[in-house]
Structure formats: C-alpha cells, structure tokens
Design a protein around this ligand. Structure first.
Ligand SMILES: CC(C)(COP(=O)(O)OP(=O)(O)OC[C@H]1O[C@@H](n2cnc3c(N)ncnc32)[C@H](O)[C@@H]1O)[C@@H](O)C(=O)NCCC(=O)NCCS
Ligand SMILES: Nc1ncnc2c1ncn2[C@@H]1O[C@H](COP(=O)(O)OP(=O)(O)OP(=O)(O)O)[C@@H](O)[C@H]1O
Length: 203
C-alpha cells in the first residue's frame, strides 16, 4: 500500500525546498505548479480558453503565455483569478490523479502531491496525510520578495490570495517549521517520515 502525502503551505513558505528533499529520499513527487505550466502550453484546451477569456495581450511574441502579465492581472483581481482557476484547475487535477494512480500501481511505498492550493481548493480527500511547510509571515514576505524580485505590494497581493499558513497548519497531520536552516527542515522531514514508517529509523 502506498501512502499519499499532500505537501502544502502558502506561497514561498518552502514547499519546493521540501519537495526536493523527498526526491533526495527517492520518494516520487507530483508537482501541481509544474502541471499548471504543462496544461497551458500552446495547443492545450486550457491555453485556448485562457486566450479567449483574457485576450491576446497575455501572450508573448512566440504566442506562449506571458506568466508575469497574467499574474499581474489575476493577483490584483479576485474574479479574474477565479476565472483562471476554473479553466486550469480541472486539467491539473486530471493529470495529477493519473500520475498519482500510476505511482500507486507501480507499488511506490509513498507518493507526494505538492499542491499549493490543497486547502483552498478543498482537495484534502485526495491525500491521506497533510504535511504543511510553515514560516511566519515576515519570513514569507522577505523570502518571496527576494526570490521573485517583487515589491512589498506585489508580494502581499500574492500572500493575501491564499489562506494564511497558520490556518493551514491547524489542519495538518505534521508541520515542518522552515524558519531555520534547510538542514534543520530536512531533519524534521526525516523524523516525520520515520513516524509514518516511510523511512527507516536509522536514517
Ligand atoms: C498566475 C500564473 C500565470 C503566474 O505564474 P508564475 O510563473 O508567476 O507563478 P507560479 O505558477 O510559479 O506560481 C507561484 C506560486 O503562486 C501561487 N499561486 C499560483 N496560482 C495561484 C492562484 N490561482 N491562487 C493563489 N495562489 C496561486 C502558488 O503558491 C504558486 O506556488 C500561474 O500561477 C497560474 O497559471 N496560476 C493558476 C494555476 C494555479 O492555481 N496554480 C497553483 C496551484 S496548482
Ligand atoms: N530554510 C530556508 N532558509 C533560507 N531560505 C529558504 C529556506 N527554505 C526556502 N528558502 C528560500 O525561500 C524561497 C521560497 O522557497 P520555495 O521556493 O521552496 O517556496 P514554495 O513554497 O515552493 O513557493 P511557491 O508557493 O511560490 O511555489 C526560495 O528562494 C528558497 O530558496
């Protein structure tokens, strides 16, 4: 039997950082952000619908989607964000479930679904354990501004478009406190996986 873990948190709390630790432990990760990029490639149904809804102004010269432009639109307007979510989320979910089921069939002892909006989109039923990567809002803001070169306002718009990570932590089966070093978070992850009998105690 495979254990299906939902890895979540809020923007820039460290999901990708923890996701790469699972990879290091040879545990497969299905990355919703990566699938979100695949399903909007030219030729895909979601791509056509985005161009219809948002217009050609969100395209780059090579006709791929200008993610910065689309991001500016949807993170400053909730109804536009909902419109985009309604187009993209079903396609992401379909691919994610296909990949999850393939991992289960292949007999993996564990598979991770890395889903930033696991709680917002009420997808808890897709996973057996919820693992939340937590930092306080000040650290989240600093790391987001540094990583994306955002102004404070741009970063706060994105943070405010999600449920606060404190609230998500209340729903978690386990929490990684990622305010410390990356090595410290890795130790926390290994302890959690030992507790869930996914990695051996000696590791
Ligand atoms: C708006 C888009 C074009 C911006 O692209 P960009 O390359 O700048 O950001 P990226 O996709 O890497 O997302 C970065 C982070 O933003 C947050 N985020 C992305 N989309 C959303 C959303 N609709 N609502 C709230 N937060 C979001 C997540 O924490 C994500 O990890 C893109 O995020 C998108 O297509 N979003 C809709 C799909 C979606 O919901 N993806 C996230 C979960 S599957
Ligand atoms: N423990 C840490 N110490 C210092 N910096 C960190 C730590 N963990 C992550 N970071 C940095 O913080 C930023 C956000 O981390 P990461 O990209 O993993 O977040 P995320 O939750 O996956 O973000 P998103 O929701 O946008 O996908 C990155 O620049 C990363 O290198």
């Amino acid at each position: 039997m495979s254990l299906v873990i939902g890895l979540t948190g809020s923007i820039a709390t460290g999901k990708s950082t923890v996701s790469s630790m699972f990879t290091k432990l040879d545990i497969p990760v299905i990355d919703a952000d990566k699938l979100a990029r695949e399903v909007v490639e030219p030729g895909e149904e979601a791509y056509e619908r985005i161009v219809e809804s948002f217009g050609e102004k969100i395209l780059l010269e090579d006709r791929t989607i200008d993610r910065n432009r689309l991001g500016e639109i949807v993170f400053s307007n909730e109804s536009k964000r909902k419109q985009l979510n309604e187009i993209v989320h079903p396609a992401i979910r379909k691919r994610m479930l296909e990949q999850r089921d393939a991992c289960i069939e292949a007999g993996e002892r564990c598979v991770v679904l890395d889903i930033p909006l696991l709680i917002e989109s009420k997808l808890e039923h897709l996973v057996e354990k919820i693992l939340v990567v937590y930092v306080d809002e000040k650290t989240q803001l600093e790391r987001l501004m540094a990583r994306n070169d955002f102004t404070k306002e741009e970063a706060m718009q994105r943070i405010n478009s999600q449920i606060p990570v404190e609230k998500k932590a209340e729903l978690a089966d386990a929490i990684i406190d990622n305010r410390g070093s990356i090595q410290d978070s890795f130790e926390q992850l290994k302890d959690i996986l030992k507790e869930w009998n996914i990695v051996e105690r000696g590791l």
